[in-house]
Design a protein around this ligand. Structure first.
Ligand SMILES: *Cc1c(COP(=O)(O)O)cnc(C)c1O
Length: 432
């Protein structure tokens, strides 16, 4: 399979090229050149197949001969020492926990696969890369852990000083080694501007700068693995409807790709917080991006979802096809608190505010489609959003053992001003 720009489909590139460059030369996102039908592959998967075996078989089924079974196996083995976990909380609503990776959020699946794939493919070509990325908080931790100790790659993370949570700051400043944290005296927008300017700075042209942001197809593609894995666990009782807490709509796009490649599903529910461009679009037929508003589920505070471009392409911009594949609800903060509390009272289960947005949307979906089997994707560990969970339930969720000592680890970060020259100078000093 090759990949084309959503804007100019005439120049397909390999998977390697697409993940090493991130964006197409015309600035648009990469998109599969065609959608193969792998439905026989899906039905022939054994019920007990381990997650990594599924991930590696599927990768080579889709990307061979470029990524053959041996390379696929190596990438997957290196990427995933964590798994999705399926929990049946009631007769007809289940939860798919995607937060058992190092940063305790589902982004670990995409970031880890991209890091392993980039590292291996760079090594084959005897090339190196420097990942330069700006974070508003959550992505930084996933990227730091995913790329830590990758031999062919260095990572530079720009984050806004004092604007991310202490836990998030520890996640991205304590790995050390090939991961460098730059604390920027400014806001997230400054960090993004600095990164952009560095990519365009002629003085830095000799550095192998690249990005690992969420629109990279190498982060999106591996997110299809857990939809397939969950379907295998549930297929005997009917195809599940996937409820996806959404912000930039990367996670949902990955599920829709799996469906386009032949995975049977009961459809998708896009669950958003007050940032409701997509639910509003499905209701009115008008797509109107707007500035984001802050909510408890802050990893979904997105007013202009970057993957909309891919959805539009997938559904040929046809609102009726959109509506056939996706139902959508927007859930407000008040309801999120009530939902966290209710899920805890009824099921003894603590969920993060993003997952609660999904749970409530699942309930609303069930009111209209009572016979469906619903699976809510749980995107973050509740302990990452301790204040909100405590406020809703009075209970302080425990961090898993792997992160329990994180607040005691030593922060290593270099402070810079929000100025292009400061960043350029730092990069030249450290990587020349
Ligand atoms: C990033 C994120 C989301 C939103 O995922 P998208 O792919 O951007 O739609 C939801 N929940 C959590 C915890 C996240 O970190």
């Amino acid at each position: 399979m090759r990949f084309v720009s959503t804007l100019s489909p005439e120049k397909p590139v390999s998977f390697t090229e697409a993940i090493l460059t991130g964006l197409a030369p015309d600035g648009a996102l990469y998109y599969p050149e065609y959608m193969p039908n792998l439905s026989d592959f899906f039905w022939n998967l054994p019920g007990e197949i381990p997650f990594n075996e599924l991930a590696s078989n599927f990768t080579s089924a889709l990307l061979s001969p470029e990524i053959d079974p041996v390379i696929a196996g190596k990438i997957v083995q290196d990427a995933f020492n964590f798994r999705p976990v399926l929990k049946k909380l009631s007769d007809d609503i289940s939860i798919l926990e995607l937060f058992h990776g190092p940063s305790l959020a589902f982004k670990d699946f995409g970031a880890s696969f991209l890091a392993s794939a980039m590292n291996l493919l760079l090594g084959k070509q005897e090339r190196r890369a420097i990942i330069l990325t700006a974070t508003s908080g959550d992505t930084g931790g996933a990227v730091a852990h995913a790329f830590h100790k990758k031999a062919n790659i260095d990572v530079v993370i720009l984050y806004p000083s004092g604007r991310i949570s202490p836990f998030q700051e520890k996640q991205l400043t304590t790995t050390g080694g090939n991961v460098f944290a730059l604390e920027v005296r400014g806001e997230f927008d400054d960090c993004q501007r600095l990164a952009k300017a560095a990519f365009n700075n002629p003085k830095l042209k000799k550095l192998p700068l690249t990005s690992a942001n969420s629109i990279n197809i190498g982060r999106l593609f591996p997110q299809s693995f857990y939809y397939i894995w969950a379907w295998i666990q549930m297929r005997d009782k009917g195809d599940p409807t996937f409820v996806v807490p959404s912000g930039n709509f990367g996670n949902l796009t990955a599920g829709l790709y799996a469906e386009a490649w032949g995975l049977p599903t009961g459809g998708f529910v896009a669950a958003t917080n007050a940032n409701d461009v997509v639910p509003e679009f499905l209701l009115t037929g008008k797509y109107r991006p707007k500035p984001s508003v802050p909510t408890y589920s802050n990893a979904m505070d997105v007013g202009s979802p970057s993957n909309y471009e891919r959805l539009e392409k997938l559904f040929s911009g046809n609102i009726d096809i959109f509506r056939q594949h996706i139902k959508a609800w927007s859930i407000d903060d008040e309801t999120v608190l009530k939902t966290i509390s209710k899920v805890y009272q009824n099921h003894g289960y603590l969920c993060c505010p993003h997952t609660a947005v999904g749970w409530k949307a699942a309930e609303l979906f069930k009111e209209q489609y009572p016979n469906s089997q619903v699976l809510v994707l749980s995107t973050a560990h509740p302990a990452k959003f301790l204040d909100t969970v405590k406020r809703a339930t009075g209970i302080v969720p425990n961090l898993p053992k792997s992160s329990a000592d994180i607040m005691q680890r030593k922060k290593i970060a270099h402070c810079i001003n929000a100025c292009d020259e400061d960043l350029a100078e730092w990069l030249i000093q450290n990587f020349n």
